[in-house]
Design a protein around this ligand. Structure first.
Ligand code: VG1
Ligand code: CO
Length: 543
């Protein structure tokens, strides 16, 4: 077979964000766009000669075509082996697991996660390193460098690989192994959780609804929940992955998973509700009549993890992203273990997990995971909840109430202002940054500022420093507001305003979340001038 070395030119803007390169699908489909980025990844890691990789994605529009290109370019660049999910499907956590299990040199994961899919929507590509986790900034910086100077890429002229056919094939000199996307992941989950106990819970009449949102976790949830765990058929809804996720955003939050929310708030509610996102790394947990804030879910999981077989020896530490609430810090303090605060994005947890400093990690954006892989893992979180429910023999809502009684409640919500003009959002951030130093002791909407700063992260393992990770305003009342610009959007800017207010033990934990946060929200709006600057009265999404 012939290797074509195609000459090309650098393409502007191929800069990975919070989680890989995300662009409009049509952009990725432009001549050389995908090829340039793939070759830049290969060059940035010192070439792929003799190396092996895992390849798979969330099944969105252009997934299979992009995989064919990746495989032909890997073969042309001398790679030895590619392990590919059948039909090009792999959830992000299961890709991370396959990298670790097979000790490959990394993986290419095709996903724009919670962003909608389709020819007019979004596409994404991310490179994960040998530990199974997203490439750290040192590697993504090297990729960006490559995209700026790239002159050519290599691709094999060959027929397409049969992605549906489980087993070995060859592509030029490269071998390809097409694997069942679920099998190895299921084995890993069986090691971590008490499947017998959970099976007995379902057998006793416990009911659940899992909304796969037409995304990649459908086959995983069917095999694990309805298969191995014996949940009733129909427990998993929207379980067949679709190229456009059925036209919705595969984002598990109260807005985009509204049908699940409506069910859980109704008289017909099952005992437990859950959903996950496009690539299966996020989770939403809903108790009967109660949405569980992801920050609280992280705290509950950390406080109860010892009940599951994989975590009986306790946790080494708990890490959370900076905008995530302090709820998990309170658990760490009680357990007498370290609490770490990292920037947004899973890549910042990798070092802590590799070094054995943290066992459980989480983000307010519905990402929770542990040291079993190097990605957040939606189904893992759901299974850990099920294991805890089976052990504690209480409803999810009662577990929450009990948790708040012990630790107090961190009322929490994220307000997203989507697709706002990038310059207005940038200006808002700049002006706010400039006045942070003057804020302490000032009063806004009944809240007094205690301190304010811009978050920088000093990685305790490799000592790298990441600046500009969000503006934080702490109030005397034990409230906090954080302002951050999203790094995953593909249109204009998305401003995220993260709000939290602590209600200590013995105070009212039954308030409506938005009401409990009203004064910190008003203070944040007043300080930033958000309403006037963005011309928006209300956020697009409140989680
Ligand atoms: C968002 C979330 C962040 C998450 C990232 C990738 O990033 O806030 O917590 O790690 O998405 O998740 P941003 O920069 O838009 O705030 V996923 O499930 O999209 O891979
Ligand atoms: Co995701």
């Amino acid at each position: 077979m012939t290797i074509d070395v195609v000459s090309t030119q650098p393409i502007e803007g191929q800069k990975p964000g919070t989680s890989g390169l995300r662009k409009k699908t049509r952009t990725f489909m432009e001549p050389n766009y995908l090829e340039n980025f793939i070759q830049s990844i290969f060059n940035a890691i010192g070439g792929v000669e003799g190396k092996s990789f895992v390849v798979g994605g969330d099944g969105r529009y252009f997934n299979a075509e992009a995989i064919q290109t990746i495989l032909k370019m890997a073969a042309a660049n001398g790679a030895k082996k590619a392990i590919v999910g059948q039909n090009g499907l792999l959830s992000t956590p299961s890709a991370s697991h396959l990298i670790r299990l097979n000790k490959t040199d990394g993986g290419l994961i095709l996903s724009a996660s919670h962003n909608p899919g389709g020819i007019d929507e979004d596409f994404g590509l991310k490179f994960n390193i040998q530990n199974g986790g997203p490439a750290p900034e040192s590697v993504t910086d090297a990729m960006i460098e490559q995209t700026r100077t790239l002159q050519s890429y290599a691709i094999l002229r060959a027929p397409d690989v049969a992605l549906g056919q489980i087993g070995s094939q060859s592509l030029g000199d490269m071998s390809i192994e097409i694997v069942d996307p679920v099998a190895d992941y299921l084995v890993l989950m069986q090691k971590l959780f008490d499947f017998d106990k959970i099976r007995a819970l379902f057998a006793s009449g416990f009911t659940m609804r899992f909304d796969a949102m037409h995304a990649v976790t459908g086959p995983y949830a069917k095999a694990i929940l309805e298969g191995a765990l014996g949940a009733a058929e129909g427990t998993v809804v929207n379980g067949v992955p679709k190229e456009d996720f059925g036209g919705g955003h595969p984002d598990p939050n109260p807005v985009w998973a509204k049908p699940l929310m409506d069910l859980m708030m109704s008289d017909a509610s099952p005992d437990f509700g859950a959903a996950s996102d496009g690539d299966g790394d996020r989770n939403m947990i809903v108790a009967r009549g109660l949405y569980v804030t992801p920050s609280d879910s992280l705290a509950v999981l950390a406080a109860n993890a010892h009940l599951a077989p994989g975590y009986t020896s306790g946790l080494k530490g708990i890490a959370r992203s900076m905008p995530t609430s302090a709820a998990s810090d309170r658990v760490a303090a009680k357990l007498g273990i370290e609490a770490y605060e990292t920037p947004t994005g899973w890549k910042f947890f990798g070092n802590l997990l590799d070094a054995g400093m943290a066992t459980i990690c989480g983000e307010e954006s519905a990402g929770t995971g542990s040291d079993h892989v190097r990605e957040k893992d939606g189904l893992w979180a759901i299974l850990l909840w099920l294991n805890i429910l089976a052990e504690r023999n209480m409803s999810a809502a009662d577990i929450l109430a009990d948790h708040w009684q012990t630790f107090g409640r961190d009322y929490y919500s994220r307000h997203d202002y989507e697709a706002v003009p990038a310059d207005a959002a940038g200006q808002l951030m700049n002006d706010l940054r400039a006045k942070l130093a003057d804020l302490p002791d000032q009063n806004f909407a009944g809240q007094t500022v205690k301190r304010a700063d811009e978050f920088s992260y000093h990685d305790p393992v490799d000592h790298s420093v990441s600046h500009n990770q969000g503006l934080r305003i702490f109030f005397e009342s034990d409230a906090r507001a954080v302002f951050r610009l999203s790094g995953t959007g593909t249109e204009g800017a998305t401003l995220r305003l993260y709000l939290e207010q602590y209600a200590p033990r013995g105070t009212d934990h039954g308030r409506d979340t938005q009401q409990a946060l009203q004064s910190v929200r008003d203070a944040a709006r007043e300080i930033s001038g958000l309403t006037e600057r963005l011309g928006r009265d209300a956020p697009d999404v409140m989680t």
